[in-house]
Design a protein around this ligand. Sequence first.
Ligand code: ATP
Ligand code: MG
Length: 403
Amino acid sequence: LGAVGPVASIVSVGDELLVGQTVDTNSAWLSERLTSLGIPVERRWTVGDSPERIADALAAALDSSQVVVFSGGLGTTPDDRTSDAVRGALGVNSGAGESLENPLGMAPGLAFEANDSVIVLLPGVPRELRAIFTAQVAPRLVSRFGDSRRQSFEHRIHTTGIPEPVLAEQIEEVLGDEMGDGDLAFYPDLRGVDVVLRVRGGTAEAARHLFDAFERRVSGVVGPFRYESPGGDLVEAVAGTLGELGDTLAVAESCTGGLLGKRLTDNGGASRFFRGGVIAYDDSVKRDLLGVSASVLQTEGAVSRAVAEQMARGVALRIGADAGIGITGVAGPGGGTEDKPIGTVWYAVYLNDCVRSEHRTFLGDREAIRERAVQAALALLYHWIMDDQRVMDGQKVAVGPER
Ligand code: ATP
Ligand code: MG
């Protein structure tokens, strides 16, 4: 293997992948797992349920990869050809290979050793593939390749509220060309941008040094947009901060139609901090259920600072929560005006008898605008609580004993 260490190839099998009926999430998942095991993926193939194509891919993979992982086509139906095709290509008899128990399904996985390589066949059903890989394949690869694996270290910063190009430019400005050993990458989606610094090879300690230096340089730039969340979801961060304070939250949603409530309840345990909400789509609901003033609705319009603020306060008081969020906006595709074009959203947070609000003109289609609005409102609440805590911590430091 030399100094480079083992590399992997992935072969996804299935006609349904080639016609676009199934999205190949298995490869992405396997890539992530293999990379973090220190076995980078150099190539991936997608082939149909064809013994010839499966054999082609295997031969090409074995040219340069010490690990080849197949996904799919392991079942017992006639279209499941992977195991026979692989056995044929390897020139071993039917029944060869080591069976990998499948606790979640019928088709077991299979493992072969050939040409100094490990060949693993996993069922296509994602949860079965993941279970077998995690319980049986990963430990096997770790003991088989040991320290020859190229460990990869990653430092990830979650941000929301700053566009990728702006963030990238500001980070590159403060970094100069310092991060020579690390690969810097930006991963944007509708909710925000993750900044990832990755180091391949070297020791954990060397990586830690690089990450510390990186943190010192970029903390000023990312600070106002950053949130801490192990799983990457801002809701997790919000739940954590509210949970620490023992505070509860209620929401009043117009243009997002319940999306904020959905986000807040996507994970179990939400009842610890989330009380409930009102989908106040019609003005009469804003008025009658949330106590938004009829004259304000009339003079300012439903999409306005005052209405967002009254929604946030109204829902917190009426539901009996410590904090409230109100969102009102124009999600499109119709309904835009010159004053309030499509994408205009006002959102407000009520907390400790105070209200803060912001507005943005979000870009994108209806789905994007609603997703961005929810995220921005959550961020407003999160940063408010975090800033308060920082001030309190600062006071503690100021009056406390020397540390
Ligand atoms: P089974 O015993 O269920 O037949 P199998 O190994 O034969 O297992 P497939 O028939 O290829 O697996 O696929 C089973 C299911 O898993 C299908 O519903 C398919 O959509 C899904 N699937 C297959 N390959 C992938 C993939 N690469 N990514 C995500 N889902 C996949
Ligand atoms: Mg099948």
